[in-house]
Design a protein around this ligand. Structure first.
Ligand SMILES: CC(=O)SCCNC(=O)CCNC(=O)[C@H](O)C(C)(C)COP(=O)(O)OP(=O)(O)OC[C@H]1O[C@@H](n2cnc3c(N)ncnc32)[C@H](O)[C@@H]1OP(=O)(O)O
Length: 505
């Protein structure tokens, strides 16, 4: 059976820009327009509302200039108003050739906003279409508030559609302007319309106020609509529009009789760029494009993936130019660690793996986020912790820092099985800790090395804020050496480095 081709119209640059606080610059609009048509391969883009601003006019001029060279002008659309030709004059100046005329799809909006009768409105629309066509501009028509119109003034909607389907319009655009439809209603309303006007082209435009944007688009397609309007990352006014990435995956995986031109592998890239341009972060759990959606966190899941990809579904990350990850944290088992080690080309024996797993679980318990890039540092720290042959243990300490008082500490250290305790002050907490240690070592008439350098850093390559590394240089009667400590807490990492030093001297 041949598949039905669905048109995808991206309205990130028009409806998406109606996200509160979002405004694209001219060059951002041009970059995205090129990416959407050339790389993501959507069929059409709606790039602006007419009349908006000088900046918007400039952006549209840049896009239409480029689109004309590529012969894409019929794929670039402008939302226009029924305003006696003002929008059309703006469009002409902008070099655009397709208008999406905003008309009233509910009697409520028509009566209370435009304050016109249906007959007057149809007359104005007919003129707007005729004027456009004289200028070589093609017309699609939005029935604003159509979904409420179907609920509350169905007679008007069909009176209007009877008129509109006789007009020279390319497409009729059915918006759920306020995102109020349920999926069942969407199916019923679109089915009724498509059956009644089999020769017209209908687009569905879904909003996400009840988080039903994707479900409603799916039902509109099942009911036979010919095109859908989407935005990257679901940008748009209020709760936004139906999101591009999710809808594309739903069509490809659940609607086998339909086909679209959009390239799945470009979805992530476009999503990231839109997020960067708008400063509108992508929630980590947003399907397809969120940071976490291809990350297995539970040890059991990582184990199942190693056995027969038991925890995979059809949403394979590679489809979208992404990779599966295995999180490191308190719910990790050794399987998660193994997966990360494989990626880093590292191998550990069973005992080492157990120690590293334990350390990661401890960090997770402290609510720290550990990444793959932290692993080499954790491994080096755990495996070189000197717990074999360890003679000196920092058993406990209290560090205080209070405004107006010198930092102070009490330290208990076990040296060769004997416990020693000391109190001291210092310029900082670590300085106080070191002074207390010096007191203990002096009382035992033991040498205590000179600290010659002290550096703290986030381990290079580590993208998380889970770990901090302290590197301390020591001079023990002319013998110089370095020790390192790793912990999520800066002072604790310095104390760990110091404990290593105490076991070396
Ligand atoms: C589906 C959607 O999301 S619709 C979104 C459409 N896009 C936008 O509104 C963004 C761009 N809009 C704008 O820049 C401005 O609103 C403009 C330039 C269009 C108009 O600006 P203003 O003249 O200042 O009017 P304002 O913003 O208050 O809009 C209200 C006017 O639009 C009229 N209006 C509402 N719908 C339409 C329509 N489909 N066609 C023509 N006029 C309309 C209202 O009746 C009202 O007119 P009135 O002042 O004579 O009562």
């Amino acid at each position: 059976m041949s598949k039905r081709r669905i048109e995808i119209m991206d309205t990130t640059l028009r409806d998406g820009e109606q996200t509160s606080g979002v405004s694209f610059s001219v060059s951002e609009k041009l970059t995205l327009a090129k990416l959407l048509l050339n790389e993501l391969k959507v069929d059409r883009i709606e790039i602006a509302s007419a009349r908006v601003s000088e900046g918007e006019l400039k952006a549209v001029q840049e896009i239409t200039k480029w689109a004309a060279e590529k012969e894409y002008l019929d794929r670039v659309e402008i939302l226009t108003f029924v305003d006696g030709g003002v929008s059309l004059a703006w469009m002409e100046k902008a070099g655009a050739r397709v208008q999406n005329l905003l008309t009233k799809g509910s009697l409520n909006h028509l009566t209370h906003q435009l304050k016109k009768t249906p007959e007057e409105h149809f007359e104005d629309i007919s003129k707007a279409i005729e004027q456009a066509s004289k200028k070589g501009i093609k017309t699609n028509v939005y029935l604003e508030d159509w979904s409420n119109g179907m609920r509350n003034s169905k007679k008007y909607v069909f009176q209007y559609l009877d008129f509109l389907t006789q007009q020279p319009v390319e497409r009729i655009l059915l918006p759920d302007t306020l995102g109020v439809l349920t999926h069942t209603e969407t199916f019923e309303f679109i089915s009724e319309i498509v059956e009644r006007y089999p020769n017209a082209h209908f687009d569905f435009h879904g909003h996400n106020d009840y988080d039903l944007g994707v479900a409603n688009v799916m039902e509109a397609l099942k009911a036979g609509c010919h095109g859908i309007h989407l935005t990257v990352n679901g940008m748009g006014e209020r709760a936004g529009n139906a999101p591009m990435a999710s809808v594309v995956a739903v069509i490809n995986d659940f609607l086998p009789n339909l086909k679209i031109a959009v390239k799945e592998s470009s979805l992530y890239k476009v999503s990231k760029l839109v997020s960067a341009f708008t400063g509108f972060g992508i929630p980590a759990n947003k399907p397809i494009v969120g940071d976490n959606v291809f990350t297995q966190t539970a040890g059991i899941h990582a184990d199942g993936d190693s056995k027969k990809n038991l925890y995979f579904n059809d949403l394979l990350p590679e489809r979208f130019g992404r990779k599966r990850k295995y999180a490191l944290g308190k719910t990790s088992g050794k399987a998660n660690i193994q997966k990360n080690l494989q990626e880093l080309g590292l191998k550990l024996n069973d005992d080492e793996l157990k120690k590293v797993t334990q350390r990661i679980i401890e960090l997770g318990d402290k609510k720290e986020r550990v990444t793959k890039d932290d692993l080499p540092y954790i491994i080096s720290d755990v495996l070189n912790s000197g717990d074999f042959n360890q003679k000196v243990f920092v058993k406990s300490y209290v560090l205080t820092h209070a405004k107006g008082l010198k930092p102070s500490t009490t330290v208990a250290v076990e040296i060769d099985g004997e416990l020693h305790e000391a109190n001291s002050h210092g310029d900082g907490q670590y300085d106080a800790f070191m002074n207390a240690l010096r007191i203990i070592y002096k009382s035992k008439k033991r040498d205590f090395p000179k600290l010659t350098d002290y550096a703290v850093r986030i381990p290079p390559g580590s993208n998380s804020d889970a770990l901090c590394e302290t590197i301390i240089s020591w001079d023990n009667n002319g013998t110089e050496f370095i020790t390192r400590g790793l912990d999520s807490d800066q002072t604790v990492s310095a104390i760990k480095a110091t404990e290593k030093m105490l076991n070396i001297i």
